[in-house]
Design a protein around this ligand. Structure first.
Ligand code: NG6
Ligand code: CA
Length: 495
């Protein structure tokens, strides 16, 4: 009898170890140099640093694109976004761009019996084109593999400024229905352009439409007053929802996609972080993200889940300083380098566009350390399918099983990676190639480098991480062979 119990106990222990919980802590616009464990001396992120010290810190980890929507599309579907039309940065009233029934990172976990949840920024569209925000908001996350969702539709700077839980707006008063438009203002409703006196944070470019909570946004909305979010409480709200999800799921394996809003614009820290970074709101909301990470890690500790939970921390694209609001980010930056040693940032084909903080912690399986393997978020569907002993989804055509690299057992990772900045570029080992193109070298509003140039660019990142010496002329064979490889990898790009 006793041995029978032993067998059962052993079997369930093996089962648990085979199926770790997976928590994806995902920041929005957090750069390679924005966390102290990546070398920054100008900001302190103790919780993220602790995670890195207990886990594996990747120095060449990438998101799949240098802006949010294509990056998240690729991470969830396992397909580069440039292969599908309509995957650029979406307005807040866009329809869902991942069709129901298509395999996603979430459905992979669901297929393995996990409880799956997403909390935070969505930005992949909702509905099928004729959405009534006052009715059932679907299809959305629940139709593509998540059991639970608590999200904002798009971004903090885009209407509607409300949260959606499962299929409903949270706290909506039916007597005050909500209307959303990206075409024209609603008569009688203030806008940032017409009513700057109502603003506590002014735009620097764009962002001059609906005014909510003293901040003008992109797009127009009306009504839904009781449901409007308060920007300063958003991080705490998301964190509390994530804690709730973990608590409710603790007895099953679970997958949590915690999609924080920080440090995206508008940067409105909770009062307890105001002034704490010395860098103005951008620095303060990085501290706020670190605090959310701390709370979620403490929750895993408290529930005894630490050892068998794989925590993955990363960001959806590189950093940007002025992203459309006069929030002192430029003036108070000082010596801080949001992209660290990398060139470029959000919107850029340089490494700063897609090379982001990327940390894996799984105490019972992954040895702490540092890995220089080339890894990308587009690989999550295939890699987590492998982790849960399932085949990779057929439509995840760009997703490679890099699980051994994520676990620190393979120190190389990918041999090749397409980076979707403005122009697409190619990595092969430490070589980086950006094809010639006609785009502007600097974005007008953000004043950031795009990586565009009229001539092809070739960099040897092993000697020149900051992409300052273009070798395309002195190494024409390398440039040409990478141009051909990129052309091949880029086949099937959506127009
Ligand atoms: C840009 C916005 C920027 C930000 C970005 C999306 C303007 C002038 N700029 O169009 O503020 O919202 O879109 O960021 O509107 S992302 O991280 O979601 O991709
Ligand atoms: Ca982003």
């Amino acid at each position: 009898m006793k041995s029978c119990w032993m067998v059962l106990l052993l079997a369930s222990a093996t089962f648990a170890a085979d199926k770790p919980n997976v928590v994806l802590l995902y920041a929005d616009d957090l750069g390679y140099g924005d966390v102290s464990c990546y070398g920054s001396k100008t900001i302190a992120t103790p919780h993220i640093d602790k995670l890195a010290a207990e886990g594996l810190r990747f120095t060449d980890g990438h998101c799949a694109a240098a802006t949010c929507t294509p990056s998240r599309f690729a991470m969830l579907t396992g397909q580069y976004a440039f292969r599908q039309k309509g995957t650029g940065v979406l307005p807040g009233d866009a329809q869902l761009i991942i069709p129901p029934g298509r395999a996603t990172l979430a459905s992979v976990f669901k297929g393995a019996g996990y409880q799956t949840g997403v909390v935070g920024k969505w930005h992949l569209g909702l509905g099928d084109g004729a959405l009534d925000w006052n009715g059932a908001i679907q299809p959305g996350p629940l139709e593509i593999g998540f059991d639970h969702c608590f999200i904002m539709a798009a971004t903090g700077d885009r209407v509607p400024c409300v949260f959606v839980k499962d299929h409903q707006i949270v706290g909506l008063d039916p007597a005050d229905p909500i209307q959303v438009s990206y075409k024209q203002p609603f008569p009688g409703e203030p806008t940032g352009k017409a009513n700057p006196e109502l603003l506590r944070m002014h735009p620097s470019h764009g962002h001059d439409m609906a005014v909510l909570n003293g901040i003008s946004r992109i797009g127009y909305m009306k009504g839904g007053k009781a449901a409007l979010w308060k920007d300063e409480d958003m991080a705490d709200t998301f964190t509390a929802q994530a804690v709730k999800f973990i608590e409710a799921s603790k007895d099953k394996p679970f997958f949590l996609y915690f999609a924080a809003h920080d440090p995206h614009v508008p940067r409105v820290p909770h009062p307890r972080f105001v002034g704490k970074s010395g860098m103005g709101p951008r620095g303060d909301v990085i501290l706020q993200f670190d605090d959310s990470v701390g709370t979620l890690l403490a929750t895993l500790d408290r529930l005894g889940l630490k050892n068998n939970t794989l925590v993955l921390l990363s960001s959806d694209n590189g950093p940007v300083v002025d992203d459309g609001y006069q929030d002192e980010a430029v003036q108070k930056l000082g010596a801080h380098k949001p992209a660290g040693p990398l060139r470029g940032g959000k919107y850029s084909a340089f490494e700063g566009g897609t090379r982001v903080p990327f940390i894996v912690r799984w105490p019972s399986r992954v040895k702490p350390g540092v890995s220089s393997a080339l890894v990308c978020q587009v690989d999550f569907p295939a890699s987590f399918a492998a982790l849960t002993a399932q085949p990779a989804p057929a439509a995840a055509v760009d997703s490679q099983n890099i699980l051994p690299a994520l676990l620190g057992e393979d120190l190389n990772g990918r041999t090749e990676l397409v980076e979707q900045g403005g122009p697409v570029s190619l990595r092969q080992g430490n070589w980086k190639f950006i094809p010639a193109n006609a785009g502007v070298a600097r974005n007008k509003g953000t004043n950031s480098e795009t990586g565009n140039a009229a001539v092809p660019q070739l960099y040897d990142l092993s000697k020149d991480l900051g992409e300052s010496q273009n070798l395309a002329k002195t190494q024409p064979d390398q440039a040409q062979s990478m141009a051909a490889a990129l052309e091949k990898a880029h086949l099937g790009a959506g127009k």
